[in-house]
Design a protein around this ligand. Structure first.
Ligand SMILES: Nc1ncnc2c1ncn2[C@@H]1O[C@H](COP(=O)(O)OP(=O)(O)OP(=O)(O)O)[C@@H](O)[C@H]1O
Ligand SMILES: [Mg+2]
Length: 401
């Protein structure tokens, strides 16, 4: 739903931009192009997604049992380092976690997130540094491979083992929230699929009394409904949470602080970020834009210094008069003719439409990975359409001269 909401918002922005273009140019030199765009826009509007605004979070009452609160200082990590062979994962890592923190660990594949969680959980030794858990911390660890499931027990027995004091009805209700209904709960855990095992492991975790939870990729094998159950449960949880995830929506809804692992050419670095994952992505984006603006400025300064030093008087002035918009566009677009650009925009828009329509396909809509993939493809296409339009506008302005 969140992906669709975002898609919808972007589509509205896109439509508004097109309407502005059509309004500006329908009577002038570019009337033909404006008309073409209007036809396509009308087609897009006919098929545009009618997305409902984001629904209320499932009203699920699932009180995560807190056995007994931990002390205020939950975890202190000092000067932690780990490498495998020549591969450094992190060095000098410091972390102070206080009760009630919700920390997401993010980083690219292979950056050492699981390794770090395993070290925190005491399953792996660091090369250097210390991990110190605070007073009265009752720790639970949701691992990627669900190693703690007893394959010989059935689902009901596994849930009961997690909380022996729960009534049979409570356990059945909980199993139903995790989509095990009726006789399902008699199934031995050993015969379950990967996704079903993940649901049992998650239900068990939520049943066990605890005050601190470590999770490695909790949403990996979960369908959207189950993710929402877990999000809602964690929402009302007032213990401490440290989790690894690649799932932007899950991270946004659960974590408010991040530990970012960043491998780099000069060795790995890490940073703490006070904010949600989306805020972090915005921050990174702004950081990148600033760096490339500085780089552009530096190059322009270099260029004009070179021109002042090396060429005849007047030539610098001539150079600086080249059109700035045309220069910024990718070279392959600058080379196309007006008609070719027009066709390119048309084709890209058709492709975008096809992709957007695929959200209605149940097989895609029910698969978080594919929704994310299609969303990414749509973003990419919109970017290309934007570039091609700018190239087209620059070309149209040139030929109108
Ligand atoms: N026991 C081990 N021996 C040698 N190398 C290992 C071992 N465990 C992990 N590695 C390597 O260390 C690196 C970090 O692995 P890790 O599983 O911690 O990454 P991750 O950030 O969790 O990645 P992903 O996002 O794919 O889960 C990888 O390059 C991995 O191949
Ligand atoms: Mg991992």
């Amino acid at each position: 739903m969140l992906a669709r909401q975002r898609q919808f918002d972007q589509q509205q922005t896109f439509i508004a931009k097109q309407e502005e273009y059509i309004r500006r140019f329908q009577a002038g030199q570019r009337a033909r192009q404006a008309r073409g765009r209007k036809t396509r826009l009308n087609r897009l509007k006919e098929t545009a997604m009618a997305v409902e605004p984001r629904g209320k979070k499932a009203d699920i009452i699932l009180n995560l049992a807190i056995s007994r609160h931990s002390g205020h200082e939950v975890l202190k990590v000092q000067d932690l380092a780990k490498s495998f062979g020549a591969k450094d994962l992190f060095r000098g890592l410091e972390l102070n976690v206080i009760r009630g923190s919700r920390i997401g660990i993010v980083g690219p594949n292979g950056s050492g997130k699981s390794t770090l969680l395993n070290i925190l959980a005491g399953k792996l030794q660091p090369d250097a540094g210390t991990v110190h858990w605070g007073h009265a911390v009752a720790l639970q660890f949701y691992q990627q491979e669900h190693q703690d499931l007893d394959l010989k027990k059935n689902i009901f027995q596994e849930l009961r083992a997690a909380r022996p004091t729960a009534s049979e009805q409570d356990l059945r209700d909980l199993a139903a929230l995790f989509q095990f209904r009726g006789d399902d709960i008699e199934k031995p855990v050993g015969v379950l699929s990967g996704g079903e095992k993940a649901r049992v492991a998650m239900a068990k975790l939520l049943l066990k009394p605890t005050n601190t939870i470590l999770m490695d990729e909790p949403t990996n094998h979960l369908d959207m409904d189950t993710c929402r159950v877990v999000e809602a449960a964690l929402d009302s949880y007032d213990g401490t949470l440290i989790l690894v995830s690649h799932d932007r929506y899950f991270l946004d809804s659960v974590c408010d602080q991040l530990l970012v692992l960043e491998p780099g050419d000069q060795g790995p670095t890490w940073r703490l970020f006070d904010g949600s994952y989306s805020e972090y992505l915005d921050f990174k984006h702004a950081e990148k834009a600033k760096a490339s603006a500085q780089e552009r400025q530096r190059r322009e300064n270099d260029n004009s210094a070179r021109q002042r030093g090396g060429s005849a008087p007047g030539s610098a002035k001539k150079n600086s008069a080249t059109k700035p918009t045309a220069r910024k566009l990718p070279l392959h677009l600058q080379k196309l003719t007006l008609d070719q650009l027009e066709k390119l925009v048309h084709d890209l828009e058709d492709e975008l439409k096809l992709r957007e329509e695929s959200f209605a396909d149940a097989a895609i809509a029910s698969d978080r990975k594919r929704v994310a993939e299609v969303t990414r493809q749509c973003d990419e296409l919109r970017k290309k359409i934007g570039e091609s339009m700018s190239a087209w506008e620059a070309k149209a302005a040139e030929s109108a001269k």
